[in-house]
Write a protein that binds this ligand. Structure first.
Ligand code: ADP
Ligand code: MG
Length: 251
């Protein structure tokens, strides 16, 4: 199937029986997950449970060992797929901001637009300024990343992802590297994205965010989805002993 033919009725993300091994170490043991357009799905779980591997598999930064992953109906595990093209629909934000330190904020935001989207300098700068406004950093266009706080750098990283006009955003512990007083400003940007209807898959330890913004909460342990449901219900009344144990240690 051509990647031009997006199935508008397909879920944003559909993961079926996903298995991922590193050598003998099977870290994802059959994950089934469907994310519908507009959903905000939060993923929690202990360190090493496979959360990052799941997220990275969704845009094939990891090659699945088994199972399939469909993005808007396109099977990205199909060897004929134009993965670069599918990736332009998926914004990803990591714990480390990964900005280019030698480039200004504006140049960080225009680089991929020009190279991947083939936008003109003027158009890419227009989009960049618009997205900087969305994350509340209009005045920082000419700053260099090293002169920004961690919270501001992460907001720039979110703006950079948004410049590609993604259909969905993946966040892998976006606030875990931040000083506590800087966490709120990043969560606020993510909350406004959610309010605008962005499809989001968010690995986070911020239970308040999961409770208030998440449309669904998934608990992972040992490469399995152990429990999922309405975030308020899972957090207040976890059903599985492993979820209960995890939450009793983090809440
Ligand atoms: P989480 O994000 O939940 O902390 P990860 O997905 O990062 O968990 O890791 C799950 C398991 O996979 C861990 O045991 C980790 O050591 C292993 N792992 C992750 N990435 C690699 C890799 N590139 N090579 C080998 N093992 C890896
Ligand atoms: Mg991780």
């Amino acid at each position: 199937m051509s990647t031009d033919l997006i199935d508008v009725h397909a879920p944003a993300i559909e993961v079926r029986g996903l298995v991922k091994s590193f050598g003998d170490n099977e870290v994802l043991k059959g994950i089934d997950l469907t994310v519908t357009a507009g959903e905000v799905v939060c993923v929690i779980g202990p360190s090493g449970s496979g959360k990052s591997t799941l997220l990275r598999s969704v845009n094939r930064l990891e090659e699945p060992t088994g199972g399939s992953i469909l993005i808007e109906g396109i099977d990205i595990t199909d060897e004929d797929v134009d993965i670069d093209r599918v990736r332009t629909r998926i914004g990803m934000v990591f714990q480390s901001f990964n900005l280019f330190p030698h480039l200004s904020v504006l140049d960080n935001l225009t680089l991929a637009q020009r190279r991947v989207k083939k936008r003109s300098k003027a158009e890419s700068e227009k989009v960049a300024h618009e997205m900087l406004g969305r994350v509340g950093l209009s005045e920082k266009a000419s700053a260099f990343p090293g002169h920004l706080s961690g919270g501001q750098q992460q907001r720039v990283a979110i703006a950079r992802a948004l410049c590609m006009n993604p259909d969905m955003m993946l966040f892998d512990e976006p606030t875990s590297a931040l000083d506590p007083e800087l966490v709120g400003e990043v969560l606020q940007v993510m909350r406004s994205l959610a309010d605008e209807g962005m499809t989001m898959l968010v690995v986070t330890h911020e239970m308040g965010f999961a409770r208030e913004v998440g449309s669904r909460l998934i608990f992972m342990d040992g490469g399995h989805i152990v429990e999922e449901g309405d975030p308020r219900q899972v957090l207040a009344n976890p059903q599985h002993p492993r979820t209960q144990d995890f939450l009793s240690r983090v809440l």
